[in-house]
Ligand binder design. Structure first.
Ligand code: UTP
Length: 288
């Protein structure tokens, strides 16, 4: 079954990025001249997904404004004959972005539950708004869509982490003796120490889920941190569907953390023809 719908949760408080997240969503943080969320939306569009739902918080609706036409600015740029600027601000004018407001920040699982009516009875993609990917050959979510087309089960996008990092992520617990890159999972373990971690494959903000997930999200009680966790509902739903993990080839940036955000800015600049030399010069000037 084709994946036509993407859900992008972007309603978290973003406490790791205070104080700026007091007034703006971390998903609007600029990666040079475009907000992080644009890369996520583009990833979904480039993967052939045509219906997008953003989950936003009630105080940060400016995320929506970015994807809407700005007629006053358009008129100004027309008057100034600034065709380049006009082209840039019109890029998303024809793309319909749906949204729903999560009034209480009760966790990622709670946020995804808000997508129930939008999703209906189809499998769908979930792309966390603060995880960016750079795929040289294809968008990260497209990799997962291709895996889904073979397995028709929940697919959890993973990445390999170091021993020190297992305590920061949900770590996949694969059934033994399988050949990758796709692994059937018994489950996963939240933030284990390296000595007890069942693997080095960590959840990294991309999922393909079957709609059965909503039945479990509706009754999911609060878990770690008092939040309704998506991972708990995924695990519970494995009574009815299988769960696989797949190590995504595209490179991931956690822009919800300060070091991940910095890395994204530097590496995205290095990939741009207009900025590469300038960024190299800055790095060079500061490396002694
Ligand atoms: P995080 O775990 O990064 O939480 O959410 P957070 O609140 O956004 O940030 P920190 O940890 O306090 O710094 C992962 C994703 O889930 C979304 C976030 O916007 C992010 O994309 N989310 C989280 C929601 O949409 N709603 C929530 O209630 C929680």
């Amino acid at each position: 079954m084709k994946i036509k719908k993407a859900v992008i949760p972007a309603a978290g408080f973003g406490t790791r990025f205070l104080p700026i997240t007091k007034v703006m969503s971390k998903e609007l943080l600029p990666i040079i001249d475009r907000p992080a969320i644009e890369y996520v939306v583009k990833e979904a569009i480039d993967a052939g997904i045509c219906e997008i739902l953003l989950i936003i918080s009630p105080h940060k609706k400016e995320v929506l404004d970015y994807f809407k036409a700005n007629k006053i600015l358009e008129e100004f740029l027309i008057e100034k004959n600034n065709t380049e600027g006009l082209k840039l601000i019109r890029e998303y004018n024809d793309i319909k972005i749906n949204y729903v407001i999560q009034y209480e920040q009760l966790g990622l699982g709670h946020a995804v539950l808000h997508a129930k009516d939008f999703v209906g009875e189809e499998p769908f993609a979930v792309l966390l708004g603060d995880d960016l990917f750079y795929g040289e050959n294809k968008p990260a979510i497209k990799e997962l869509i291709e895996v889904f087309s073979q397995y028709d089960s929940h697919i959890l996008g993973t990445m390999t982490v170091s021993d020190e990092e297992t305590i920061k992520y949900g770590i996949a617990d694969p059934i033994l003796n399988q050949k990758g890159p796709v692994y059937e999972l018994k489950g996963f373990v939240e933030k284990p120490k390296p000595e007890v971690a069942p693997s080095r494959s960590a959840a990294c903000g991309r999922y393909i889920l079957k709609p059965i997930i909503f039945k479990y999200l509706e009754t999911q009680t609060r878990g770690v941190g008092g939040e309704i966790q998506l991972t708990d509902a995924i695990l519970n739903s494995t009574k009815e569907t299988k769960l696989y993990s797949y190590d995504i080839k595209a490179k991931r940036y956690d822009i919800g953390s300060k070091d991940g955000y910095l890395k994204a800015i530097v590496e995205f600049a290095l990939r741009r023809d207009d900025l590469r030399d300038k960024m190299l010069k800055i790095i060079d000037e500061n490396s002694n």
